[in-house]
Design a protein around this ligand. Structure first.
Ligand code: BES
Ligand code: MN
Ligand code: MN
Length: 459
């Protein structure tokens, strides 16, 4: 191990340069205009995987963007760890809020990253994180210390719901057979208090449309006498959550797992720092479901958020009009044992129920995903905890993340293996936002933790 860590120390500046090459490619999966860049990114990932020492490296075609595969089989008697990551990124807009262009990576110090952070779209989500695995693997290869079989799948559609990967995993069960899945695509609580992510929320995402009159109307001639779809939609949205932060959809909480007082006490050991939380996002106060802490509201409790709302005239100046239609996009984060199908159905029933009969409503479901939990008494959790404790020199606690990686639940179902979420970002790294960044400290701690994970897992 000493030799592997030494190799990492001696090569870490080069690792950053190589990561910059990946970050320069705008591999935005959501926008077809970037198709060639996404494909180019898959090429670069595969060439990096080859140089790191993986065998059977392939760019596997799918109906969507390709999946990069590679492996190192040491012995059939040893366990197999499957490493998962994604090379696609979120769109970079609004561009004007970036201090420098999103695909021209640079390093700058911040309060939370005194050693510097890499700024670029995808630096933390997920290029900077999956790249740690390529470099840790290279270090193990170069020091003859790969302790078990390793497989890699790096996909290009995570940010748009992993549709092709879902299908591909089902068709390639044998190829992907493994004992556990190792993923770095989540966050730690802070650099002072490292954590292993033991849970992710699921997701149900819907778009709603309210239609009133059959055309846009003059607001002077018709105003006051007809249902205005924007008003109707606003009233309906107001009926989704009450003043105590409870979601009012019938049966919404039916299948919510009640987390024991013991586990709640444990998770609240992570010192919730409300002032820093508010400061970091420029708020004077927080809100949420009554009876729960901020930490609980963002992890063990389901939530509902309006993500976008539109309708009527939004251009320059004034136009007096009652629009024919108004729409919104709404996401719901789910916890065990809610399912996206169940919640989308309950949402639809409720939304239709609260609609006045003067309008027509339409609910269109988008992609969803199941929640995921990794118990703390598993070999996977303990190997990650011990690895990170060695790398950080600090006690590591379990922590449930609020975001979603729907493929984790599917891996468990199809491959029968647990995912361990050993991610190293910080919530303040601004993933999906302008000026996304990833701390150099975090990048290096991640690369060091990975060989330690392998060592502990195989032991
Ligand atoms: N890496 C994130 C998820 C994440 C980040 C989980 C930080 C926990 C901590 C992932 O790329 C992501 O953005 N997932 C989406 C869901 C997907 C279906 C689009 C999300 O959580 O919104
Ligand atoms: Mn991600
Ligand atoms: Mn993401």
């Amino acid at each position: 191990m000493q030799e592997t860590l030494k190799y990492i120390g001696e090569n870490k500046l080069r690792f950053v340069d190589e990561l910059f090459e990946l970050l320069r490619i705008p591999s935005i999966s959501a926008d077809p205009a970037y198709k060639n860049d996404v494909l180019k990114c898959a090429e670069l990932v595969s060439s990096y995987l080859k140089t790191a020492g993986a065998d059977q490296v392939e760019i596997c075609e799918t109906d969507g963007y390709p999946i990069v595969y590679g492996e190192k089989m040491i012995s059939p008697d040893l366990p197999t760890v499957l490493v998962y990551g994604h090379y696609d990124v979120q769109p970079a807009d609004p561009l004007e809020l970036w201090r420098r262009p999103p695909f021209e990576p640079y390093i700058e110090k911040t309060d939370l990253h005194p050693d510097g952070a890499i700024f670029a779209r995808g630096s933390a989500d997920d290029k900077g994180q999956f790249f740690m695995h390529l470099k840790a693997f290279e270090a193990m290869m170069q020091t003859n210390s790969v302790p078990c079989n390793v497989k890699f799948i790096i996909e290009g559609e995570e940010e748009i719901g992993s549709v092709s990967l879902g299908k591909w995993v089902n068709e390639n069960k044998e190829k992907l057979s493994c004992d556990c899945i190792l993923i770095s695509d989540t966050h730690i609580y802070s650099n002072e208090q490292p954590t292993v992510t033991t849970g992710l929320r699921g997701l149900s995402y819907v778009e709603v449309e309210v239609e009133g009159p059959n055309r846009d109307l003059h607001s002077g001639l018709y105003g006051g006498a007809v249902p205005n779809p924007i008003h109707v939609l606003s009233r309906m949205i107001a009926k989704l959550i009450d003043d105590d932060g409870r979601i009012l959809i019938d049966g919404f909480y039916d299948n919510v797992d009640v987390v024991s007082d013991e586990e709640r006490a444990d998770m609240n050991k992570l010192k919730d720092n409300p002032d820093e939380f508010k400061r970091s996002i420029g708020l004077s106060g927080v809100e949420g479901e009554k009876g729960y802490t901020t930490l609980e509201r963002t992890s063990i409790r389901p939530t509902l958020d309006c993500n976008g709302i539109w309708g009527g005239y939004t251009g320059e100046g004034a136009k007096t009009v009652i629009p024919s239609k108004a729409s919104a996009k709404i996401s719901m984060r789910l916890v065990p044992y809610q399912t996206p199908e169940e919640i989308t159905e309950k949402f639809t029933t409720y939304f239709e129920k609260i609609a006045p009969d003067t309008v027509k409503v339409k609910v269109t479901p988008h992609h969803g995903g199941m929640p995921y939990v990794l118990p703390t008494d598993t070999k996977e959790f303990l190997a990650a905890k011990t690895a990170m404790e060695t790398a950080f020199g600090k006690e590591v606690l379990p922590y449930r993340g609020g975001g979603s990686i729907p493929i984790t639940a599917m891996f468990e179902q199809v491959l029968g293996a647990k995912s361990v979420l050993m991610g190293f970002g910080l919530d303040s790294d601004a993933i999906h936002s302008p000026n996304e960044h990833y701390g150099l400290f975090n990048f290096y701690k991640g690369i060091e933790s990975i060989p330690l994970f392998f060592e502990n897992y195989v032991k």
